[in-house]
Design a protein around this ligand. Sequence first.
Ligand SMILES: *[C@@H]1O[C@H](CO)[C@@H](O)[C@H](O)[C@H]1NC(C)=O
Ligand SMILES: *[C@@H]1O[C@H](CO)[C@@H](O)[C@H](O)[C@H]1NC(C)=O
Ligand SMILES: *[C@@H]1O[C@H](CO)[C@@H](O)[C@H](O)[C@H]1NC(C)=O
Length: 246
Amino acid sequence: MNPAILFLLLFCHTTQTTGVIIESQPSSSVDVVQVGLRQSVSLACRPDDVAQNEEELVWLRNGEKIKLMEENKKGESKVCISPAIYDDNGATFTCYLQSNSSDVAFVTLNVTYHPELNGSEEVTIEEEESLVLQCDMRANPLLSSMLWTLNGSMVDLLAGGFTVTSDGFTSVLQARRVEKSVHGGTYKCTATSPSAGVHSKLFHVIVTEKTIKFPLMPTIAGLVVVFLTALLAVVSRWKKITKCCK
Ligand SMILES: *[C@@H]1O[C@H](CO)[C@@H](O)[C@H](O)[C@H]1NC(C)=O
Ligand SMILES: *[C@@H]1O[C@H](CO)[C@@H](O)[C@H](O)[C@H]1NC(C)=O
Ligand SMILES: *[C@@H]1O[C@H](CO)[C@@H](O)[C@H](O)[C@H]1NC(C)=O
């Protein structure tokens, strides 16, 4: 752990008993509030001592001040995170009395989510094109595995010239220059998460015969131009030649 954060944690623990306290809904016994993606959390902060009920409270999200309504500043101040989004994971909400910012209370959100994988997709591509299939792999806690199968067996990376890459958000299966016999079939990505179980998505990939493509028209047009230019050159030259012979 970053020493600065550790220091902050220790510091806050020792001072949290005086000053302000935060209560969360859903409640948490520690400084981490668990919430599912798209669910809501409500945080309430109040002075420890009712004598300070006339003092204004301040809320920060990751160190930035949250704008509060006038009637939400004294006695008790509430902030709602609704719905919780990916970006809220790890966000820290801090509260203190404006008159004494050395007494802070804070909670950190732990937004749990699993990859959004379900249903199936039809993919039609021509032979020799590239196949690109993508599956969401965002998960908290992290996935224990992400697997790709073709017609029920593990995708044969070597035989099919496949590559599987991931940036932590998306798993991408790619194949360059597909062939009908090697690449057509039903693909499935399966994400296994320690807490959210198994989620998967199907892709029905149909590889069709190669068709002749658009570059044909510009090519013909180009050839016509070249031919006409040549013809004009010959015609004008022929005129000169004939003139000269007269
Ligand atoms: C702020 O709170 C701390 C801890 O309760 C206390 O020691 C300090 O005197 C307070 N400062 C002010 C300006 O009230
Ligand atoms: C967040 O919640 C998940 C699921 O309960 C847990 O596995 C993980 O350790 C928690 N992360 C933090 C930082 O508390
Ligand atoms: C997968 O199954 C389909 C349907 O049975 C078949 O047409 C295709 O050739 C199979 N693909 C591979 C790579 O074996």
